[in-house]
Write a protein that binds this ligand. Sequence first.
Ligand SMILES: [Zn+2]
Length: 561
Amino acid sequence: MGEMNLEPETQFNALTDLEQCSWLKSIGVVFLAAFLVFSGLIFLADGLCSTDRAPSDEELIAQRFEGLRDNPGELRAFFLAMPKGGDIHNHLTGAIYAEDLIDEASAQNLCINLDNYTVSPKYCGSANSEPIKNSYSDSKLYGQIVDAWSMRDDELLDESKRDHFFNTFGVFGGATSNTSAILANLRSNAFRENVSYLEIMTGAGSAAANLGSKTGWDDNFSVLYSKLIDNGLPSVSQSLSNYIIDTERNSLSILENRDDPGKNVTVRYIVSATRTLSREKVFGQLAAAFDAANKSGLAVGVTLLSPEDNYIARENYSLQMKMVEFLHSVYPRVNIALHAGELTLGLVPTTDLRFHIKEAVEIGQASRIGHGVDIMWEQNSDQVLKEMARNGVAIEIMPVSNKIILGVSGEDHPFPVYFKRGVPIVLASDDAGVLRTDLSEQFVIIASDYPQINYQDFKKFVRNSIEYSFLQGRSIWLSKGDYTILIPECASCRPGSKQINAKCKALLDGSDKAAMQWKLEGDLAAFEKGYAKGKQEMEFNSLSLSYPRAPQPPHILIIPG
Ligand SMILES: [Zn+2]
């Protein structure tokens, strides 16, 4: 703010002089004053950092954006080029396309059961199965596998879309063991879509579930948790943490070896428990997820997933929220994002539509809600929405997923309600591979369906994707979700500028979140500048080669428990 004070004061002195001097003299004074103001600004720019005022590029791009609104093709190109920050709700094995999984399965010499297209090494040599490699020269078979492993051609299904969606994971599951290769693929795709950050969900696994069943049940969570520790929770969570570290490291070396720029995409992990399992298993998975996230700098949060309309998921919903609440008290630093309200009228009894989001926020302590589609059926939905807005609980909006799995879209979708009530919004892709979509498509759909959402709103959603991410460290913004005032350390710098002062540099060096936000600001400014100049296409992620580090992946720190 220093330079803002300098100018009026100098002008005031100049005016005082003007009253006392001759006309000619006063012109000289005016020039002198102008010179002083100008040099003062130059001095500040040199002494601190770049002080460029926000150009009108943003207004210009916002105007042009309205001209694209009715053309999905133009919107697609626009959003593909726009830096989108992070995709913070996506599932490791659901995000990869079937074609890439077929390559994985072929590389592992797996075979496919021709009755149900399940893939496994055990089918090799058995009746009615073939090496999956054969599909490369059998286009009919290849197409059938892609259809069976995804929502492609879903109009031809002889089962419900929901069932087909959830069943695919079991059918292609045998091809997903090489998680590093899958992650490398996702990073590469993200980079090419101008996405710099992925927060990926990966399962707590069967060892944690088995630990839960071996331990049994106790209504007293403290007692149950102690028993889990005695039965080996620390070693189960350590294996989970090691698996995440290995997946991260190996995916980076795959990308490094093929010189793929996807290596620049930062990844953090959310460890998930499966809500359709028995209460003992869910508690075991949640405990392992919390413990692993508490230990690792890579695992930054936990979640609960799987169909919310499942019998066990419905019956144990409140119990599971209490489990999360208890584990939150044990591990208060671990972030929580919960799938909640991924339901719609007719899918479950109406009683199940009344409380899931509220409990996820109030009992499950969720900082982010995934989907929240049934919000308007919640008891006191207005209060829940107010609470989310007031406490900055973000809603993850995934229009393609909701359209395909729940049949909810357009004016039936609660997106405009969340928007109007000021709930922080992030757009995410969920299971881009199975759903045959990508992050850009979510933006296109929102732009097409809701004309009240303008360019600045989309820019806010993009910024939200980092602000409400679980990246560690302080934000560059003074108050959460308000992108007008930088924190004091960086306040004299242009956001995203490569020239920064020492205090701001220290902040960016010490905070993954701040570093990613600074990069995003630089990327957005470069995108807007390029677009304002009439460049219709931006080179992929060529945008600003950000000042600081993009938080570099080898952030594989282990925080002592
Ligand atoms: Zn999800």
